[in-house]
Write a protein that binds this ligand. Structure first.
Ligand code: HEC
Length: 179
């Protein structure tokens, strides 16, 4: 009897600890987020999306000064890929002449049904030019619900896009669509 009670309390303690840990877990950069983002990059490569040029244009912060956006689908899910270019005295012409030289990051949003219903179900990720998942100052991998609940970051800023879509580029004619 005593033993049973002990076992039950151990089980409860373990359960409570797991619950508390889950509550403390940041909303992004988990093992699942990382493996999802890794396979996403491979699929972007396989579909040639990383090598499909789009219309280069100049835009405001925080994304690179010169940028381009490719939109497509992966496994039936809408994906929007933005390549960000930075450098001294940036111009569209400079980037057009040598994209690889100025590419600093690739920011991606992929619609993942049920992933984050509160914020339009986008999965967010920021890669280096060769597909490595970037980290923030706290060494957290930038993949998943990036900075959800925080006043700055992908979700907070994109929440300002029209009609709760979290997508700004709609208005522009810059996006290149790949079937
Ligand atoms: C401070 C605001 C801000 C933050 C933070 C931000 N973005 Fe954006 N993002 C924008 C704006 C504004 C655009 C519109 C495109 C333009 O002006 O060139 C954009 C465009 C995009 C696009 C192209 C689709 C669209 O909405 O137009 C993607 C993909 C994207 N951002 C991904 C990300 C990811 C991933 C992060 C986080 C790592 C992030 N963004 C952080 C403001 C932000």
């Amino acid at each position: 009897m005593k033993l049973k009670l002990f076992a039950a309390s151990v089980a409860f303690a373990a359960f409570a600890t797991v619950g508390a840990m889950a509550a403390m877990m940041p909303p992004f950069g988990s093992g699942d987020d990382i493996s999802y983002a890794k396979s996403l990059w491979q699929k972007m490569e396989a579909k040639g999306l990383n090598s499909t040029p789009a219309n280069l244009y100049v835009g405001g912060p925080p994304h690179g000064k010169v940028r381009e956006i490719v939109e497509s689908t992966i496994d039936g899910n809408r994906v929007i890929i933005k390549r960000n270019y930075r450098g001294k005295d940036m111009t569209v012409a400079k980037v057009a002449a040598n994209r690889a030289k100025y590419l600093v990051s690739v920011t991606v949003m992929l619609k993942r049904k049920g992933f984050d219903p509160q914020d339009a179900d986008w999965f967010w990720v920021k890669y280096t030019p060769n597909g490595t998942i970037m980290k923030n100052k706290k060494k957290m991998s930038l993949a998943g619900k990036i900075a959800k609940g925080k006043p700055i970051g992908c979700i907070a800023c994109h929440a300002g896009a029209p009609k709760g879509s979290f997508v700004f580029s709609h208005k522009k004619g810059d996006v290149v669509f790949v079937k």
